[in-house]
Design a protein around this ligand. Structure first.
Ligand code: ATP
Ligand code: MG
Length: 444
């Protein structure tokens, strides 16, 4: 048997790479438009970094970290998420001293030892942003707007924004007690994980994926809110400051025409969240329906040894965005991925001339290929089609005599229907100029 990639990891072959590149480009472009700068952190970090900051009772720390040992005693982990390494880098490079308020973005692989299933992998990819150094609700709104803008740009029109608040630490302490009291009678009906969450971090019951736990949690929150005479159904009893902050976020989102659902009961699983939390869900994804998630983490920078600093960010799962985009793509959509030119020759003797042309194209940064094996014209045309080329340039005896080349644009497809083909004759001298305008590769 030939060797295989590990379960929960994937090879990306060229037809998928095109979609990945388009997404990565959209992320980079929009992050820069919103004033965020890229920061790249290593894939491995000291284990204690995550143990201290994410929370001992979280799924990530308890069961999802890939631990790596070197020959000495140091314990390292493959990074399971982006926020903690970003804050580490922010502090390590003294960005809080030199720059104050900093807006950063990242993109790359994350690793979690989860049970692989549709939309859930062991090596997956995220992009995300972190705006560090401000407690203003406007930054929450900017971050949410950017998160949704990128998703729209990637072709997602059917996602839903869930919005809530977890209040400050004091609110959380007060609310945890109240939630425990409410859940107590149903405690034995919670899953095993939630029974231990009940003790250690009761809000994580609200983040459980088990249907029974979700039902119990929702009922408890409904009761708490009914007793308090308040809506929306966050189980957090908010201090005046936190309530004001949440109102400002919601009002600015409404002003910006961004629809949100603040009636859902949910909490973010990591310990460091305070105040605004949000998730973006997509119905096309089935049970793993969270595409992006984020929120405010006003205490993390200080807990990691820095000064007190407000901060807010999000992380989006790239695989899930692409899955959701594929669900939304209609059958009738024109296939937009044809790229580059294939230089075909009718006789092996013309390879020399063809090679000269593709070298000129390469020097211009234009995407161009040819076959060197003296294949039939038919085989070359098939190869051009399979390679997804936009143009085939045919160099035959007639063309060479007249110092011309036949340029054929390959059909774009609409479902299984081909859309217009065209062929024209171009003077050989003009060919490189003309075609190189059209066939820049996707990263240009
Ligand atoms: P979930 O509730 O699906 O486990 P999470 O709360 O663990 O997600 P975060 O840590 O907030 O997720 O990560 C943000 C996003 O990263 C998720 O919304 C999802 O799109 C993606 N993501 C998280 N874990 C995985 C995974 N194992 N495989 C693929 N994508 C993932
Ligand atoms: Mg998870």
């Amino acid at each position: 048997m030939v060797p295989q990639a590990l379960r929960g990891t994937t090879d990306l072959l060229s037809d998928e790479i095109t979609r990945w590149l388009a997404l990565e480009q959209a992320v980079r472009r929009l992050c820069v438009v919103y004033g965020y700068q890229e920061l790249r952190t290593p894939l491995i970090e000291d284990a204690s970094l995550f143990l201290r900051s994410i929370g001992q009772t979280t799924d990530i720390v308890q069961k999802e970290m890939f631990r790596v040992h070197d020959r000495g005693d140091q314990e390292m982990v493959l990074r399971p998420e982006g926020t903690v390494p970003m804050v580490r880098a922010y502090l390590e490079h003294n960005l809080h001293k030199t720059d104050g308020f900093v807006k950063l973005f990242y993109m790359g692989p994350m690793f979690r030892a989860e049970r692989p299933q549709a939309g859930r992998f062991r090596q997956f990819h995220q992009y995300g942003v972190e705006a560090i150094g401000s407690a203003s609700p406007w930054v929450d709104v900017e971050v949410i707007t950017l998160c949704l803008h990128i998703l729209r740009e990637c072709g997602l029109s059917q996602s839903t924004l869930w919005l809530s608040t977890m209040g400050c630490r004091e609110d959380q302490q007060r609310s945890a007690e109240r939630l425990r009291v409410q859940l107590q009678p149903d405690r034995m009906h919670l899953c095993k994980d939630c029974q231990s969450r009940f003790e250690k971090n009761v809000f994580r019951v609200l983040d459980c994926k088990q249907k029974t736990c979700q039902k119990i949690a929702q009922e408890a929150v409904r009761q708490i809110n009914q007793d308090a005479g308040k809506a929306p159904p966050t189980p957090f009893s908010l201090c005046d400051e936190c309530a004001k902050h949440f109102d400002e976020v919601r009002s600015a989102l409404r002003d910006s025409g961004i629809a949100f659902d603040d009636t859902q009961v949910f909490a973010r699983g990591l310990d460091y969240y305070t105040r605004t939390v949000f998730e973006v869900r997509h119905a096309g994804l089935g049970s793993q329906d969270a595409v992006a998630a984020g929120g405010r983490y006003d205490r993390l920078v200080e807990e990691m040894g820095g000064p007190p600093m407000g901060a807010v960010g999000f992380a989006t799962g790239i695989e899930r965005v692409l899955l959701a985009a594929a669900c939304e793509q209609t059958q009738g959509e024109v296939n937009p991925t044809r790229r580059g030119v294939y230089v075909a020759v009718t006789e092996a003797g013309f390879i020399r001339e063809g090679f000269r042309l593709i070298q000129q194209l390469h020097n211009r940064g234009a995407q161009a290929i040819m076959s060197y094996d003296g294949k039939s014209l038919r085989a070359q045309l098939r190869e051009a089609d399979q390679a997804g080329c936009q143009f085939v340039a045919i160099l035959g005896e007639r063309e060479l005599k007249g110092r011309t080349i036949s340029l054929r644009e390959l059909a774009a497809r609409c479902g299984s229907r081909e859309l217009g083909k065209s062929e024209r004759t171009v003077p050989l001298e003009a060919f490189v100029d003309e075609v190189s305008q059209h066939v820049k590769p996707p990263c240009h």
